[in-house]
Every structure is written in C-alpha cells, then in structure tokens.
Design a protein around this ligand. Structure first.
Ligand SMILES: Nc1nc2c(ncn2[C@@H]2O[C@H](COP(=O)(O)OP(=O)(O)O)[C@@H](O)[C@H]2O)c(=O)[nH]1
Ligand SMILES: [Mg+2]
Length: 251
C-alpha cells in the first residue's frame, strides 16, 4: 500500500532510550515526525539521528504536542499518531492508515485490547480503564470501541474540521467524541502492543500521570456534553451542520 501521503506524529517526552526502536519499526520512507515536548534527555537529537523529522513544542501537554505535529505537516493527506516509546509496531501502520486512505473510514483507532498484547504491556487497571472509556464512548458518542488507543489515523482536513481543543491527555478522547458526534465513520482495528522499549511510563504507570489523564478526560467529557445540550437547546437554523460535520464526512 502507498503510504506516502501519511505523516506519523509521535509526541515524545523523555523518550531518547525508546525512540530508536519505535522509529525503526515503521516501514521505510514514512514521514515520521517526533514532537519533543520539553525533554531533558536528548530526545530531539536521538530522533534526528534516527532519521525522523523533529520539532519542539514548548507548551507542555500530550495534545499540545499532537497539535503541533498537525500544524507542522501541512502537506500530509492523513495524519497517524503513535506513541514514541516503542510499544506499538510501526508495521501496523498499514492496518491503521489503510482504511482512511481507501476512504473506508474517517477515523481509525488501533485497539490494544483486541490486538496481540504482550504480557506486561498494559496493567490490568489500564485494560479496565480503557474498556470503561470505550463503553462511555459508545453510550455518549455512539462510537463502539474496546480501547481508547493512541495509535490512530485520520485525514488531516477531517481532523482540522473537528476542532479538537484539549491540549492534554484528553486530546485522544475529544477526537473520538467529536468524530462520533459528527456522525463520522470511526473504525477500530487490532494492533500489537508490547511493553515500552526503554524508559519510564509517564501516564498509566504513574499515579500523577494517571490522575492528570483522568482529570483531562473528565474535563473533555463535560465540555462535550455541555456543548451537546447547548446545541440541542438552541432553536432553529443555528444547528451545527457545518460546525460539527467536517466537509469530508459525507464521503
Ligand atoms: N508531548 C508529550 N508527550 C507525552 C507526555 N506524557 C507522555 N507523553 C508521550 O505519550 C506517549 C505515551 O506515554 P507513556 O509514558 O508511554 O504512557 P503509558 O503508555 O500510559 O505508559 C509517549 O510517547 C510519551 O513520550 C507529555 O506530557 N507531553
Ligand atoms: Mg507507553
């Protein structure tokens, strides 16, 4: 499959030790963009030496890094996001980006739960939390997901039209929520998942990281629900056909 229109954005915070393995797993020739987000371990230099495109986003936050990657890739047809810790297999990019490139899906989310998960790759708590979040996405946004996986792909113009605003760990959830609300085709595919190649977890493996992620996602959920009820309450032609449905949605 021709993946030349795909840019893979890898948000990275202190991932110097894991990045070489993470980058090497992707098929050759892919535009790999590492967004360094205030690392102190030489992440940017390691990424550049491994052949990736590198930018620095001084505003801290997972979503801030993802958004900076989108802005720095104006020519990409499809943007894929993946973690920079080597826990994903870049060979799965075909499965993740393929349905979007073929016009069969608007947003593809890689599921670590239905994919091949290596022992120790996800804590039991992370599995349960992601299953619960998947259920919440079904109930609140009409999107059936088994996992809120960060390895995903979406057309760049579709993503811009969604208007995702969160710049923290709520970014992935807001993308799904807005896509579901706009009636986009959100498709889940299984992806492989293994323990990070090196270094320490900053999110699910730490109490502080888990708490910040939970707070960020709770904020996003509240904001989306408030928006939905505000939209419903608003009478007449102010309805959001153009505002919430990206132009590419009708494909
Ligand atoms: N830009 C940015 N990236 C982050 C931040 N926290 C984590 N990441 C990246 O997000 C991805 C997932 O983080 P990780 O520590 O592996 O979390 P875990 O998978 O839940 O253990 C990795 O690529 C991290 O480098 C952050 O505050 N800013
Ligand atoms: Mg990880």
């Amino acid at each position: 499959m021709d993946l030349s229109g795909v840019t893979v954005v890898l948000p990275a915070l202190d991932e110097a030790a894991a990045l070489p393995a993470a980058l090497a797993s992707f098929p050759p020739g892919i535009d790999l963009l590492v967004v360094d987000n205030g690392s102190s371990d030489g992440t940017a230099a390691v990424a550049a030496a491994a052949g990736a495109r590198v930018i620095t986003e001084p505003r801290r936050g997972f979503g801030a890094a993802c958004w900076a990657g989108v802005q720095a890739s104006p020519l990409a047809e499809v943007i894929a996001f993946a973690d920079a810790d080597g826990s994903f297999d870049g060979a799965d990019l075909t499965a993740v980006a393929g349905p979007v490139l073929r016009g069969q899906a608007d947003l593809v989310v890689g599921s670590r739960i239905t994919g091949g998960r290596e022992p120790g790759a996800m804590t039991a708590f992370a599995v349960a939390a992601n299953r619960a979040l998947g259920l919440a996405c079904r109930l609140l946004f009409g999107v059936p997901l088994s996992d809120l996986g960060p390895f995903r792909a979406i057309r760049r113009d579709t993503l811009l039209a969604l208007g995702v605003r969160d710049r923290g760990q709520g970014w992935p959830l807001e993308m799904i929520g807005r896509a579901g609300r706009a009636g986009l085709r959100v498709v889940e595919v299984p992806v492989r998942y293994r323990p990070r190649a090196a270094g320490a977890s900053k999110v699910s493996g730490s109490l502080r990281g888990s708490f910040r992620a939970a707070a960020s996602m709770a904020g996003v959920t509240c904001r989306l629900l408030v928006e939905r009820f505000a939209t419903r309450a608003r009478p007449g032609p102010g309805r959001p056909a153009a505002a919430t449905r990206p132009r590419s949605a009708g494909r």
